[in-house]
Design a binder for this molecule. Structure first.
Ligand SMILES: *Cc1c(COP(=O)(O)O)cnc(C)c1O
Length: 410
């Protein structure tokens, strides 16, 4: 049947994208995706042969830049066409086989996801639940490991849903390794925003997405396996059930210039540019920029008279959680700030908070001023008493107190 047949499905009447998208773009200050730099956007429009020598050169550079960003000498960098969750699934499904024990540290919505994935594989899944406002405690983790004796331990560096920072990650990883356990870390919102030293901290798999700390596009993600975890992948008894997520098939493309599936060429180009920007800036300067901006934003929010959700000792800087003032919902606040002030912030998964991201391009002074002003005005419009001038002044004072770049250290 041809399209013009009277009995065919009629052509839909649709609007152009220009008609759908807002005339003035919204400032993306939520929990991801985050704004992307111009060169990343440009690279994302490039399509070339996904198997030629040019692509091989791009892939090689992506891998070597990733090793710097993940702080590892491991060869086993892999990419995946998919969200960060696809990289999580790749880690869990390549390391686990049915019946094998896994311990998942559950700080909330995202860190629970790897337990869900392991359950679907048929693994013997144990979760260590951490109270909402707290970071995971190494000694509690040690006790759980002694009970479960897991093959794999999973944890998140920054739990985006409630804005908790697992600051004891290094200690926890080293404890797990002393019990012969492989350590899988979700660094989706934190990678390149704060220190994570994969080799030095003895982490076996690190996972990240494109659309958060790296300020690339959503839909192409990265993960790295240590030599030890790669051996586990290679020695599986049964192949991974999901063909697309089979790391040994992905090795064809990422290490042998061969075919697995058609690579997300443009997304990889975008990721290349995003990684290049991290390398040009240097990790040290990038961490300092994130710390300075997030600290200032937090000072500004408190200066308005609003409360931060997590106590300072376990507070995440990459995504800032703000307690809802009484009588307001996250939906009301997010809608108003978006419609009136053209700034997007995020609600939450289960907690009484709204969240403002401090990842990649979000950490720029002009974005901070616009966002804090929009937040203060939104609260005022919705009937909450805030001290707008004091909030702006506190943020500015904080920015002036902390140097913009690290001074040369001898
Ligand atoms: C965003 C996020 C994820 C999920 O990323 P997707 O790209 O949506 O799959 C997982 N873990 C953490 C910590 C995140 O912040």
């Amino acid at each position: 049947m041809t399209a013009s047949s009277p009995k065919g499905i009629s052509r839909p009447q649709v609007k152009s994208l220009d008609e759908i998208l807002p005339a003035e773009p919204l400032l993306m200050m939520g929990a991801g995706p985050v704004p992307i730099p111009e060169c990343v956007a440009r690279a994302n429009s490039v399509v070339i042969n996904h198997l030629g020598s040019v692509m091989a050169q791009v892939i090689n550079q992506v891998k070597s830049m990733a090793r710097y960003v993940f702080q590892t000498e491991s060869k086993w960098v892999l990419g995946v066409a998919g969200p960060a969750s696809a990289a999580m699934e790749m880690a869990v499904s390549n390391l686990m086989e049915p019946g094998e024990p896994i311990l998942c540290i559950n700080n909330g919505f995202f860190s629970h996801r790897m337990a869900e994935m392991a359950t679907r594989i048929g693994a013997d899944v144990h979760e260590l639940h951490v109270p909402v406002l707290e970071a995971a405690d190494p000694e509690r983790v040690r006790k759980a490991i002694e009970t479960v004796r897991p093959k794999v331990l999973t944890l998140v560096q920054g739990e985006t849903s409630n804005t908790v920072f697992n600051h004891a990650l290094e200690d926890i990883a080293k404890i797990a390794k002393s019990y012969g356990c492989l350590v899988v870390v979700d660094a989706v919102c934190t990678l390149s925003t704060m220190p994570l030293k994969m080799d030095e901290w003895q982490v076996d798999v690190v996972i990240t997405g494109g659309q958060k700390g790296l300020s690339s596009i959503p839909g192409v993600s990265l993960l790295v396996f240590s030599d030890e975890s790669w051996k586990t992948v290679k020695n599986r008894k049964k192949p991974v059930v999901q063909w697309c997520f089979d790391a040994q098939l992905a090795e064809n493309f990422w290490h042998n210039d061969g075919y697995h599936y058609t690579a997300p060429v443009s997304g990889i180009m975008a990721l290349h540019e995003a990684l290049k920007l991290v390398c040009d800036e240097s990790l040290e300067q990038r961490f300092a920029r994130h710390l300075r901006c997030s600290t200032a934003l937090q000072a500004g929010i408190e200066g308005l008279g609003l409360n931060l959700f997590i106590p300072e000792s376990s507070r995440l800087n990459s995504v800032v959680g703000i307690q809802l003032p009484e009588d307001l919902t996250a939906g009301q606040i997010c809608r108003h700030i978006s419609e009136v002030y053209r700034v997007e912030i995020a609600g939450s998964f289960g907690q009484p908070i709204v969240r403002i991201g401090q990842m990649g391009e979000q950490c720029r002074e002009h974005n901070l001023f616009r966002t804090l002003h929009a937040l203060g005005s939104t609260m005022r419009d919705l009937g909450v008493k805030v001290d707008q001038p004091n909030g702006m002044a506190e943020m500015e004072a904080c920015l002036q107190r902390i140097p913009r770049t690290l001074s040369q250290v001898a």
